[in-house]
Design a protein around this ligand. Structure first.
Ligand code: GLU
Length: 280
């Protein structure tokens, strides 16, 4: 059976140990399976991504001993394709314009409730036209209600988890996209959202195994729904544990986790890093 996996970093900063663990886990799995490994640069958010980080990613991965197929797919080169998909979803009545600002979405919610999923509906046509004429910013949201109507098997969508989610979820998993509410598929400043670009690219690159950190386990539930709506194949998922730092917390860019470049400058070798992370 074909085996194709990928590493899909966003160039919003330098790679740190957590990325190295993820990239090596996927790369090693592709080698063990005699399969293929592709690299994808997820740079759709032009407000946060920088070319110098992309260059650093290639350099750091090569230093780690990871090799990937050419050409590298860069999502910002394909924005028109993602927009065309949003357009087909719009024609099918699966997305609607949401004009609410973040502030408006938070109004009326208890402070502990800010994560509550949002579900809404299109504005009445005359109100929508007026807001569009005014040039108000809006996001395209996927309507769970419309998706439920469009898909016969909405309640029975599953995916295979060969690794495990944060709660130990493994095996055949029932997708629960509704827990995320009506997700945003595109915004004014970020023309396409992560979930849509990921499912389209995973299908286009014929990814058979999505190997990534368990922090993205919830994303699989939403991505499964998008695959069903867009008639795309569902890869097998292998979410892996997150590497924890000496303080018992996961490595993250926001904590200024030590970058691979800093480790390299300090004389750490890729072999030593592998050993430290429990990879042989
Ligand atoms: N680009 C995402 C990130 O850097 C990963 C996407 C994925 O593996 O599905 O967190």
């Amino acid at each position: 059976m074909a085996f194709v996996t990928r590493f899909a970093p966003s160039p919003t900063g330098y790679l740190h140990r957590g990325h190295a663990f993820s990239a090596l886990t996927a790369f090693d799995a592709s080698r063990a399976a005699g399969g293929r490994f592709v690299l994808r640069i997820e740079d759709i958010d032009a407000t946060r991504c920088r070319p110098e980080y992309e260059a650093a990613i290639l350099e750091d991965l090569a230093w780690l001993g990871v090799s990937w197929e050419q050409p590298v797919r860069r999502q910002s080169d394909h924005l028109a394709d993602y927009h065309a998909t949003i357009e087909t979803l719009r024609e099918r009545g699966l997305v609607y314009r949401c004009f609410r600002t973040r502030k408006e979405l938070d109004i009326g919610r208890a402070p502990h409730d800010v994560q509550a999923p949002f579900t809404g509906a299109p504005l009445p046509p005359d109100e929508e036209s007026a807001r569009l004429a005014r040039g108000d910013a809006f996001a395209w949201r996927l309507s769970l209600e419309a998706a439920r109507d469009a898909l016969d098997g909405f309640e029975a969508l599953t995916f295979t988890e060969e690794g495990s989610g944060p709660g130990g979820e493994t095996g055949s998993i029932l997708a629960r996209p509704e827990t995320a509410g009506d997700i945003v598929l595109a915004r004014k400043d970020v023309g396409v959202a992560y979930h849509l670009a990921v499912v389209l690219d995973d299908a286009l690159q014929e990814i058979t195994h999505v190997i990534r950190g368990e922090d993205l386990f919830e994303a699989a539930h939403i991505q499964r729904l998008l695959q069903a709506l867009l008639n795309l194949p569902t890869p097998i998922y292998r979410h892996h544990r997150l590497l924890l730092g000496p303080d018992g917390r996961r490595y993250a860019k926001r904590d200024r986790a030590q970058t691979l470049r800093e480790l390299r400058a300090a004389g750490v070798t890729p072999q030593a890093l592998r050993a430290e992370m429990g990879l042989t």
